[in-house]
Design a protein around this ligand. Structure first.
Ligand SMILES: CCCCCCC/C=C/C(=O)SCCNC(=O)CCNC(=O)[C@H](O)C(C)(C)COP(=O)(O)OP(=O)(O)OC[C@H]1O[C@@H](n2cnc3c(N)ncnc32)[C@H](O)[C@@H]1OP(=O)(O)O
Length: 309
């Protein structure tokens, strides 16, 4: 049931039109993001990753990880999640899923216009699920660069339906961003990477300053023994593993990314990402080694491949 701190009016919320927002970034932002998701974190001269943080071999531009696109969501709401008909306890918000389509490789600097809409709202009883879609256009060319769909899981905010069955609204194809079935076969590749104890403190500099990831007291109020890692940071590690192991280091091979956050990660833990190549789709699952716990799963569609696997 909805807690006293939550109050939903689905009609009011879904009728609300979100304003366009602007987002400008440069190569420094691109490099800080890459460091935040562990680029060169195990090896400062990693030949697959230096290009994401440095003009390696005199390359003209720093290359952009496709998951950099996920940052555009954060800049897409001018008032955060302060929406009409939508009162909830922010300390109980968790990131549930992220779905990204990258239509062309992201430039290393750009000014973008974000067109934002509400893509879904569901009453799950113990929780409410809100989905926000952001389409990002290059300001000058008006070209659509990418689309993000962010699912937030609002603990304690379900039970707002006035009738049965529970309220459920989705305005996108049902085959996008589904939870994946993990194959029971040996993975095509496995990559292990240690996150740093300071990983969330570094990642937050890319724009998600939610104190759940940095402040021990806020984390305790949210029900965690200590600050947890941003879901999009874990996603960045996992997709970087796919680029390294499957795409031969080429970030432009990634077309579509889907990820569901299954459990929280604590900074300093070791992530093991297992990958299964199925045609042009990579199914993946990331586990925390120390707790043998699956924390993220999903798929990535790639543009084409001359794989040596
Ligand atoms: C646009 C700007 C806003 C951006 C805000 C971003 C803020 C970022 C915050 C973070 O980064 S938080 C850190 C990352 N996230 C996490 O750590 C969450 C990890 N996941 C979990 O802890 C759990 O999966 C959960 C989300 C608490 C859910 O577990 P629970 O056991 O409560 O759910 P179930 O009983 O299994 O399922 C109930 C219902 O909900 C559906 N569901 C379950 N998990 C998810 C999910 N991750 N995303 C979306 N939906 C989920 C599940 O299918 C069930 O639905 P039905 O099947 O009953 O219809």
């Amino acid at each position: 049931m909805a807690s006293s701190d939550s109050e939903f009016n689905p009609d009011l919320l879904l009728a609300h039109k979100l304003p366009e927002t602007c987002y400008t970034y440069n190569e420094r932002d691109v490099a800080i993001y890459a460091l935040g998701v562990g680029a060169c974190g195990q090896d400062a001269v990693d030949s697959d990753e230096l290009k994401f943080v440095y003009h390696e071999n005199g390359q003209e531009h720093i290359q952009v990880l496709p998951t950099f696109a996920s940052l555009l969501t954060l800049g897409s709401l001018s008032n955060g999640l302060d929406l009409p008909g939508f009162k909830y306890d922010p300390s109980l918000l968790l990131h549930g899923q992220q779905y990204i389509e990258v239509y062309r490789p992201l430039p290393s600097k750009a000014s973008l216009i974000n067109k934002v809409s509400l893509a879904g709202l569901q009453d799950k009883g113990k929780a409410a699920i809100l989905e926000i879609e952001t389409r990002s256009y290059e300001k000058d060319s008006e070209e659509l660069l990418c689309m993000n769909r962010t699912t937030v899981f609002l603990r304690g905010a379900g039970g707002f339906s006035k009738s049965s069955p529970p309220f459920s609204y989705k305005n996108y194809p049902s085959n996008q961003g589904l939870a994946v079935k993990i194959p029971q076969t040996q993975p095509s590749a496995v990559l292990e990477e240690r996150t740093q104890p300071s990983q969330a403190l570094l990642y937050r500099l890319s724009g998600d300053y939610n104190p759940l990831h940095s402040d021990p007291n806020v984390a305790k109020l949210a029900g965690f023994p200590r600050p947890i890692l941003h879901g999009l940071c874990t996603l960045g590690f996992a997709i970087k593993a796919i680029i390294k192991c499957i795409c031969k280091g080429d970030p432009t091979a990634v077309k579509t990314i889907s990820g569901r956050f299954l459990a929280s990660v604590f900074p300093g833990e070791t992530l093991i990402t297992e990958l299964w190549l199925q045609g042009l789709r990579v199914i993946y699952q990331t586990k925390v080694k120390e707790r043998n716990k699956a924390v993220l799963s999903g798929y990535v569609d790639i543009r084409g491949l001359s794989s040596s696997l």
